[in-house]
Ligand binder design. Structure first.
Ligand SMILES: [Zn+2]
Length: 88
């Protein structure tokens, strides 16, 4: 797990369901989880990292993102900053 600005805290049990425990997740993986699953679904069956990893679409995504360089999202943010710098 890479610490830094591209890491989000994910509530294993959604906050709306009374969850307090968080785990650090790479931001792109975190976004994918919430794109695939509603908070109700998360609360019902995906309150562990193992369960999340076993979700077919998320498992596919992890396989895909694993082929990207470790600083995948950092590169995205950096190139955005470079574009803005050029405009000045
Ligand atoms: Zn989350």
């Amino acid at each position: 797990m890479i610490a830094g600005p591209s890491v989000d805290a994910h509530h294993l049990l959604p906050r709306s369901q009374g969850g307090k425990e968080t785990i650090p997740l790479h931001r792109v993986c975190h976004r994918k989880i919430h794109a695939e699953l509603t908070e109700k679904e998360l609360a019902r069956g995906y309150t562990t990292l193992e369960a999340l990893r076993a979700h077919p679409a998320i498992a596919d995504f992890i396989r895909w993102v694993a082929r990207k360089p470790p600083e995948f999202t950092a590169v995205t943010f950096r190139s955005k900053a470079r574009t803005q710098a050029r405009r000045k």
